[in-house]
Design a protein around this ligand. Structure first.
Ligand code: GCB
Length: 621
């Protein structure tokens, strides 16, 4: 007979095996949801580093609220919608109701809402068309690169459908090799920004639903076999080892792949496995690590067969130890601010280098070393600027508020957007946190849904930390963070609005916090609204004084949370939201910005700036 000790040992091992099987099943289940990616569009890492033909400029545009360009009068999808004929050909026997050559134009890349007054509130489909000339070359494949199209989009080249996409904040690439020809070509796109119950995000959000081809659209030419994705990062344990992989689309087993960092005289090469992937390992002694103080980027050349790409990559490590966040092995406090992709001064969707430099420049001026890019993946230009300027980034999947968490199709959509987010941005040193969600309701279906996403994110990228912005609840003067989702996170994010949606700002003074997890905590949102230039007493809502008062009391309270490792108050700049109609004050802007949409700094900006610059907030590093 076995002793108690042996029995419990055997039982423990059975439980370990079961736990392992459950974990494997969870991973398989999570991957199964994404097992069949849409073959018509692919994800490219470093797409902005590829030579490209930009299709920016004026596109003919037809507003089609009933979507009759895509659906017949019995609401059947048309294979070759009326719009594709563009205009009546001689001998046509049917009336042609649409003619792009007579239509007015919209700028691309841009949202349509801020281009035409009649489109300000528009939610629905708009058709775009553009002519271009092209000279395809032999043995080359051509891809239509779409930086983002909100929310669903369909594309045809010379009347041939090339792809369909769902998700408004990630880039994708449609192969158009067989549709494009030499000389004059035309492209037709339908973009529909109608909110959907089964969308990601869904019907309710607190930001403007900017529609259109909101980010760069271009043509990228690639060799027949080409590097589609790669991941290069610093090994956590061995300081001078850069590891990762390169994937080659169409590559054959045994094909050679090389990665070089000329400045470091470092080189690594390897061969493709049957999955078209080569593992990379290279020793880079004398490597200067990327950090907010020294945002060093290296030119990295990746080559495989006929293809090569030069990227600019920084190398650093990020991990947690107990309740610490360690950047390059050293504890760091994240002095941050949240940012929406709202364009400074002109409003609308932010999508230029200048927008990124203005927004992140303000964050630097505030004394930040970190920004939360809410609530969806931002434009590549923002991530490049964060890499250059030395700002750590929280990047977020648009799993916002109450999605249909029990709908497997919605999980697949969130998963696809996560794949695109990680696939395109995985080499940005700036990104340290993948955020799975924001303020989701605590239900078993929700927890299961986000757990699957977290499993997927870790499977795709084990070098970064997983987080989410949770909700808190209160017992008397104690705020409690015990959402079960915390179990699957590396870093706990929590949003709270003491002084705005509840209590007076002074309420923070008597508030204690009980965090149910021994993990680093980031207060991912707090704040309150103020109209720039509106002054009054500390107790007068909407004044700059009231907002500044919230910040003063919040800072005192936050400093009393022992495991606080960062904060990103809501928000750097005022942003448009249809939920904010208060006339004369909000005028459809969420006014919680520290800076107005016209660049005016409010008093709270200086309160936070002082705390950040003098490091009176957070644990000394
Ligand atoms: C939140 C949301 C954010 C809103 C903000 C607000 O909790 O995460 O998207 O904009 O509050 O201003 O109420």
């Amino acid at each position: 007979m076995k002793s108690r000790g042996q029995r419990s040992g055997a039982l423990a091992s059975i439980f370990r095996d079961i736990a392992l099987l459950v974990a494997i099943a969870a991973i398989l289940a999570a991957s199964a949801v994404w097992a069949a990616p849409d073959p018509s569009s692919i994800v490219l890492t470093g797409a902005d580093r590829r030579p490209a033909t930009s299709l920016h400029g004026d596109w003919a545009a037809i507003v089609d609220p009933y979507f009759s360009g895509l659906f017949s009068f019995h609401h059947q999808e048309r294979e070759d919608g009326w719009f594709l004929n563009r205009k009546a050909k001689p001998g046509d026997t049917f009336p042609t109701e649409y003619d792009f050559s007579k239509a007015s134009t919209l700028k691309v890349p841009a949202d349509w809402n801020t281009q035409r007054e009649s489109l300000f509130y528009y939610e629905g489909p708009i058709w775009y068309e553009r002519n271009f000339t092209y000279q395809p070359r032999e043995h080359k494949r051509v891809f239509l690169h779409v930086g983002a199209a909100n929310y669903r989009s369909w594309f045809w080249v010379n009347g041939q459908k090339v792809c369909e996409h769902e998700g408004g904040y990630t880039s994708f690439n449609c192969e158009i090799t067989s549709a494009i020809h030499s000389g004059n070509n035309f492209i037709v796109a339908a973009v529909d920004n109608m909110r959907r119950e089964d969308g990601v995000p869904t019907l309710e959000t607190d930001w403007w639903n900017y529609g259109g081809l909101t980010r760069e659209v271009s043509l990228i030419e690639l060799p027949e076999t080409f590097i589609d994705q790669y991941d290069l990062h610093l090994n956590r344990a061995a300081g001078s080892v850069i590891e990762g992989w390169v994937h080659v689309d169409g590559g054959k087993i045994g094909d050679k792949v090389k990665v070089e960092i000329p400045e470091l005289n470092a080189e690594g090469s390897s061969v493709l496995t049957a999955e078209g992937r080569a593992q990379i390992h290279l020793v880079a002694s004398n490597l200067e690590r990327w950090s907010p103080e020294t945002p060093k980027l290296y030119k990295v050349k990746i080559s495989a067969g006929q293809d090569s790409i030069d990227d600019l990559i920084g190398f650093r490590t990020i991990e947690t130890r107990g309740t610490e966040i360690l950047l390059n092995g050293k504890p760091i406090f994240l002095r941050g601010v949240a940012i929406h992709a709202e364009a400074p001064y002109r409003t609308g969707r932010a999508n230029t280098d200048k927008d990124a430099e203005t927004l992140l420049g303000w964050a630097k001026e505030l004394g930040c070393n970190y920004v939360r890019l809410a609530h969806y993946p931002h434009d590549e230009s923002m991530l490049r600027a964060a890499d250059r300027m030395g700002l750590l980034v929280w990047s977020e999947n648009p799993v916002y508020w109450a999605l249909q968490f029990d709908n497997p199709k919605v999980l697949a959509k969130a998963g696809q957007q996560l794949d695109e987010e990680i696939g395109t941005s995985r080499n940005h040193a700036a990104i340290i946190l993948w955020s799975m969600a924001n303020e989701t309701p605590n239900t078993p279906a929700r927890t299961h849904f986000i757990e699957s996403l977290a499993t997927r994110a870790r499977f795709l990228d084990s070098s970064r930390l997983i987080t989410a912005a949770l909700l808190e609840h209160a017992e008397g003067h104690t705020k409690i963070v015990d959402d079960p989702l915390g179990n699957v996170l590396d870093v706990i994010g929590v949003n709270e609005y003491i002084g705005w949606y509840e209590q007076r700002p002074e309420g923070a003074d008597s508030t204690e916090w009980r965090i149910g997890y021994q993990k680093p905590l980031i207060v991912s949102e707090f704040g309150g609204g103020a109209k720039a230039g509106l002054h009054g007493g500390e107790n007068d809502r909407w004044t700059e004084e009231y907002q500044a008062n919230i910040y003063r009391h919040q800072l005192g309270m936050l400093n009393r949370i022992p495991q606080l490792r960062g904060m990103s108050p809501w928000i750097l700049m005022d942003f448009r939201s249809p939920n904010r109609p208060l006339a004369g004050i909000q005028d459809e802007f969420n006014r919680k910005g520290l800076i107005s949409d016209q660049g005016e700094k409010k008093q709270a900006f200086f309160v936070l700036q002082k705390a950040y610059k003098e490091k009176t907030i957070g644990k000394p590093e």
